[in-house]
Design a protein around this ligand. Structure first.
Ligand code: 5GP
Length: 117
């Protein structure tokens, strides 16, 4: 059996984290090294290593995660301006190989910093 991921250890309560929300499918915690005044992670209980590892079977789960992002952003009061980031693969900056969505808010986003305007 493959080793438990860091996030599975957090989900199972074996590593402490500030849990903001949890349900049957996912958990939301504050990032330990925030890159914005509000920086939380939405993590599925299912330990998919990367977004590209999701399959048709994960369609409902992925939809659920996106809906939770919106709900959590409203709950945190950042619904007017936030970013959702998924790093897929080491070269893209992924360090924990258990799918997670970063929600970054309460910061000023530079116009066009994503190369789209
Ligand atoms: P990635 O770089 O894989 O997209 O994101 C992993 C994130 O997990 C990073 O933003 C990092 O700060 C966060 N992180 C790493 N270890 C811990 C931890 O033990 N607790 C919490 N709450 N966040 C963590």
């Amino acid at each position: 059996m493959s080793e438990e991921t860091l996030f599975t250890k957090i989900i199972n309560g074996n590593i402490p984290a500030e849990i903001l929300f949890e349900d049957d499918h996912c958990i939301c915690i504050r990032d330990i090294n925030p890159q914005a005044p509000t920086h939380v992670l939405v993590i599925p209980r299912k330990p998919l290593p990367r977004l590209v590892d999701a399959t048709e079977d994960d369609k409902a789960l992925l939809g659920h995660l996106m809906l939770k992002v919106g709900e959590i952003a409203r709950e945190l009061g950042i619904e007017r301006a936030f970013r959702v980031v998924i790093n897929n693969g080491e070269s893209a900056g992924q360090t924990v190989f258990h799918l997670h969505l970063h929600i970054l808010g309460n910061t000023t986003f530079d116009e066009g910093s994503l190369g789209i305007s």
